[in-house]
Structure formats: structure tokens, C-alpha cells
Write a protein that binds this ligand. Sequence first.
Ligand code: COA
Length: 189
Amino acid sequence: MIRTDRLLLRRWTDADRPPFAAMNADPRVMEHLQGLMSPEASGAFVDRIERHWDEHGWGLWAVEVPDVVPFVGYVGLWPADYVADGMVEVGWRLASGQWGKGYATEAAREALRFGFDEVGFDEIVSFTVPQNVRSRRVMERIGLVRDAPGDFDHPRVDPVAYPHLVPHVFYRLPRAVWIARRESRAFPE
Ligand SMILES: CC(C)(COP(=O)(O)OP(=O)(O)OC[C@H]1O[C@@H](n2cnc3c(N)ncnc32)[C@H](O)[C@@H]1OP(=O)(O)O)[C@@H](O)C(=O)NCCC(=O)NCCS
């Protein structure tokens, strides 16, 4: 469990399941993903997230705004082995009523710190469809850098049903760059 200025990043509870299912059935939230999720699929996703925490000690946090909203969505780290072996992605999905408050950025900065400092990853990446401008802005705000030669066609997107969701833009942040930035901020000239 981790506190940031405004947020609590924590493991999931059963109370998170209904609001998460509602988010996953919201066309605004799912606009750049492959269709709406059923409550069953949403619940199975929570099971996978919790299993991943148990097995690996890192993953997607349930995000709470203490004394304000018990669950606003998820932010955290997730394996992207289907893109490249050992690749780790920072990702986010918030309820649409909670956009525009900086919650994703605040939690994602902590996800980078946790991934680099506590888990020890050498690199954290992120990717999305070019038209997902909100998500790309989060990537840029937290310091990920676009790697255009790394852009790719997502292997898990159905090209017949969702051709517009196949091409992905790729962003990355090596640990060394993150550490150098942190040090230059801590010891300005
Ligand atoms: C991607 C997603 C998490 C981004 O949400 P968001 O609210 O735009 O991002 P943040 O939480 O970082 O908030 C940033 C916005 O809050 C504003 N803001 C308000 N108060 C703020 C504060 N205290 N601190 C920082 N930003 C603040 C910023 O100005 C910014 O607005 P802008 O982008 O219009 O300039 C959200 O759109 C989402 O869940 N989308 C659906 C799921 C999805 O597509 N996930 C990614 C798949 S790859």
C-alpha cells in the first residue's frame, strides 16, 4: 500500500469490482480498447491482477482518493511479454468522471519509482493507439520518450473487428535516464 499526495495505491478488494465493471462498460473509457467488457470479464481481470500481485509482488494498483472516492480505477505496472520478452508496461484506466484531475499522472509517477527503485526494472515502456491523446499526454508528463522506430502493430488486437486499433505508438524510459533526471532535479546547478 502506498500513499502519494492525494492517492492511496492499494491491493484490490471485492468492493472495487462493481465500480470497475461499470468503468469497463463505459464507452468513453473503452473508446480505444477492444469493445466493452462484460461484468464476468471485468471480474476475471481483477482475479488476474490479484494473482499477479501474489506471484510477482508488483502489478496494477486499485487507486483510491481517501475520504473522497473509494475507487477511481487502476494504475500500475503490467507485463508486456507479447511485445518483447521481459517487457514491462506502465498503464492506467480511470473512471471517466475522474479524468482531468491529474490522478493518473500522480499514480504513474509512483509506479515508475516503484518499478525502478523497488522492483529494479531496467526499462519501463508504454504504448497506445495514436488517437488516444489523453493516454499519450500521461506518458509524456511522466517522462517517457516516444520511440517512433519502435511503433508496432498490436499482436492482440483483432484486425478485422478493430483495424483502427492495430497500429500503436511506443514510448520508453530506461532506468538510467530516470535516475539521471532524478539526480539532476535533486542537485540543480
Ligand atoms: C488515459 C487516462 C487515464 C488519462 O486521464 P486524464 O485525467 O487525462 O489524466 P490525468 O489523471 O493525468 O490528468 C491530467 C489532466 O488533469 C489536469 N489536472 C487537473 N488537476 C491536476 C493536478 N492537480 N495535477 C495534475 N494534473 C491536473 C491536467 O491539466 C490534465 O488535463 P489536460 O490533459 O486536459 O491538460 C484516461 O483518459 C482513461 O482512463 N482513459 C481510458 C482508458 C485508457 O485509454 N487507458 C490507456 C490505454 S493505453
